[in-house]
Design a protein around this ligand. Structure first.
Ligand code: GRF
Length: 202
């Protein structure tokens, strides 16, 4: 299966997926990396893995629609089977989401439906939560609200900093995101009527 990964930053999840493809854990290949941010470490990771990368800077476009159209064109050059959002910090247009319905995954650092949006670790700590985590879901028009595929929980200990929790969550993300991508590439996952199915079951 051909995978295009969209990023905006460090790309540790991108790296976990590249590694899982290279070690044949995932029956697939990252065929391109697209970043809306120039000069991010994700682009170096792509280069090191010999994966073509493209920077499409959202600041160069007058509207969200024109930016997403450009990204869509670039993605579709590769005719991918799967689009993976890995720390991609852009809100998507309806047209873009619908174009990849059932073929686009995201990872969000909270136990959705808790804490959609930004600063999830800080919000969980400030709320006094004893646990936190991360969620892989299909992307729908509902921001961070698409059908959930897999979650991983982590504890929050007294005196944890935001950085402590971030690192604990990332460690889990690097396990569950490649696993879900593997399921997709093995044709075990699909989305129908706004619900996620693994092996035909909820
Ligand atoms: C991850 O925590 C992910 O859940 C969120 O952004 C972060 C990206 O980290 N969407 P990285 O760029 O994969 O290291």
């Amino acid at each position: 299966k051909k995978i295009v990964v969209l990023v905006s930053g460090n790309g540790s999840n991108l790296q976990a997926i590249i590694d899982a493809c290279q070690s044949n854990q995932i029956n697939g290949k990252v065929v391109a990396v697209i970043s809306n941010q120039p000069n991010v470490y994700s682009l170096i990771r792509a280069k090191q893995a010999n994966i073509p990368s493209h920077v499409i800077n959202h600041k160069a476009f007058i509207s969200r629609e024109e930016f997403d159209d450009k990204v869509q064109q670039q993605i579709d050059c590769y005719q991918p089977d799967l689009i993976v959002l890995a720390g991609y910090m852009r809100i998507l247009t309806t047209d873009f989401v619908q174009h990849y319905a059932g073929k686009m995954l995201n990872i969000h650092p909270s136990l959705l439906p808790k804490y959609p949006g930004l600063h999830t670790h800080r919000r969980a700590i400030e709320a006094g939560d004893k646990e936190h985590g991360t969620t892989v879901h299909f992307v729908t028009e509902d921001l961070d609200g698409g059908p959930i595929i897999l979650q991983a929980k982590v504890p929050i200990f007294d005196n944890d900093t935001e950085q402590d929790v971030t690192e604990r969550v990332l460690t889990q993300e690097h396990r569950i995101y490649p696993l879900v991508v593997k399921w997709f590439c093995d044709n075990r996952l699909n989305m129908q009527d706004g619900k996620a199915y693994l092996d035909g079951k909820l």
